[in-house]
Design a protein around this ligand. Sequence first.
Ligand code: GAL
Length: 436
Amino acid sequence: MRFKALIAAGLASLLALSACGSDTAPTTNDTPAGGETTAAQGTEGGAGGDVGVFTWWAEGSEKVGLEALEKRFKETFPNDNFVNLAVAGGAGSNAQAKLEADLQNNNPPDSFQGHAGAELFDYIQAEQIVPVNDVMDELGGANVFPQNLLDLISVDGDIFSIPSNVHRSNVAWVNPEVLDKAGVSHDAPADLDAWIADMDKLKAAGVETPLAIGTAPWTQVHFFESVLLAELGTDAYNALFADGDWKDAKVASAVSKYAKLLSFANTGGADDWPQATDMVIDGKAAYNVMGDWAVAQFNEKGKVDGEDYLYWPTPGTDGTFLFLADSFTLPKGAPNTEGAKDWLRLVGSAEGQKDFNLAKGSIPARTDVSVDDFPPYQQSAMESFKNDKIASSIAHGAATSNAWKGEIQAAVSGFWTNKDEAAFVDALAKAAENFR
Ligand code: GAL
């Protein structure tokens, strides 16, 4: 099927991202020839009218990230009226259903947040979004965005959406004071088994919940994808979305280790990611595996990098950047197409990407925003994105369509309740059969 082939091609490009070095990774200080660094194109001051922007950046540090973009948008396009249509719920857990209904009822916002990769191909295939080649050309196209990222948002030369940022999924956030209670080293454990051994020590020293996790199913998918990556390795993990075998013994051992790790986690008390990350911030847990939007929350709460919190790639995944990217669309039938394009111009500008990513914890999708402008966490993420292997996130639309993700999430949720490892593996294999 044509779209499946496109997704496979897109993912192949993504894998090639890591092989491209500093020419394409978004970490250089170079301003490529032809690259525009200003957002002030289109009609001077903006096209005018309401510009309704749909995201799930409604609360906490994510809201702060959106506000940084909003502020710059208002300054750059004073004629436009930003209308915040955000729907709360991490990873779009509530927003995506509302968006789907709105799109089906021909009631689209002016722009909405999507994920580069398989998820975006859903919207393209359903003809719910239209190309934005003109805006991308103004911004500088492949001179300022990595070609292989463009491949994840393009079909037949048409570019659908403007990427705002790149996030890393496989990060363990760590409270060093809690580790000290059990004399556990601050260094990253070498692999999942070493990590499990440290959790045993923490438990024995009286730390009730070494690991924090949300009860929201997506937070469990988020954790599971890191464990799967750790156990399979990058190539076998990535192959799962093409022709890899979900019945492989390594998937079963990943599930067993996931079960073991969950035995060290809270079973309630933290709903979405902010509450789970707060358990680490507040010293109620030692670890939380969360995307790097979490760093914004540590910073928002005045915590100091290297003193109050540490971070490592999820044990067993060092050397791999588990990738996702937010990308803003132009829906078919958007009420204010020209205003929406102003928003896209801002999102894709160097200034917009700097303001936004500083607040959001992610790294710019553009290649011409200086590394030196960013604090140590983002510098480390830029370094990893430039040099490491790349794997694509399930929980955040890079590897799987929304429908496939939904089935994986149902399997993960079922396992949270019944702890039936064989049934979990079967459900994962069935989901792959249904969707690839
Ligand atoms: C992801 C999104 C991130 C962040 C995260 C948590 O899907 O790409 O930007 O918002 O969800 O809500």
